[in-house]
Design a protein around this ligand. Sequence first.
Ligand code: 8X3
Length: 249
Amino acid sequence: MDMKTLLVTGASAGFGAATARRFAQAGWRVIAFARRAERLQQLTGEFGANMHIAAFDIRDANAMQMALDALPADFRAVDVLVNNAGLALGTAKAPQCDLAQWRQMIDTNVTALATLTHKLLPTLIERRGAIVNVSSISATYPYTGGNVYGGTKAFVTQFSLGLRCDLHGTGVRVTSVEPGMAETEFTLVRTGGDQEASDKLYHGSHPITGDDIAQTIWWIANLPPHLNVNRIEVMPVTQSFAGFQVARD
Ligand code: 8X3
């Protein structure tokens, strides 16, 4: 069987790094995009010639194009794109939020994701490939302090479903993966490096791990080609739903 090729963004940590490893271990060629070169180099150290890395900020469309143009010939036929790069910044209520953080989330979670997808669509159509977009339960369930983060993830989910329509008849599969509470660098990034806040959130809660989501993406990507998982919500058993709130006079 031909070797398949995965491109995963945000590959330096969390879901992205676990996904890069999961596919590389199974013999896929993996293209790993992320900002932190030294983290990516660990992946090359582990997997050698079947791991191609490029370190750049996903928000920089020129750098993205250069990274794609620089793909070695045997990495160009991308079969699966995993749009994982994304972040939450801040937990404040909207009036107290930093506008620069809102814009950074939109630039990363929305604009960069749409840009890379647009650039790879011709290849994915040619390969009858698959797109897996990492969304979030916050796309569906609002929570206080979720504001723009949840909004960007609602975009990711709805964009995924829209792509299903537009790619009708091409054989390309599209999935929105919507994880709940996961212990990655997510909370450290969100809180500006507050290890105590991160530890407190996850303490005793058995959160989702990077490997859990890598395993989910692996399952999705390897289903028979006539099946499409449109959306999949994944939560730790310990996480569920809370009620509405009511403000009173
Ligand atoms: C991450 C999960 O619960 O913080 O997207 O929104 S949550």
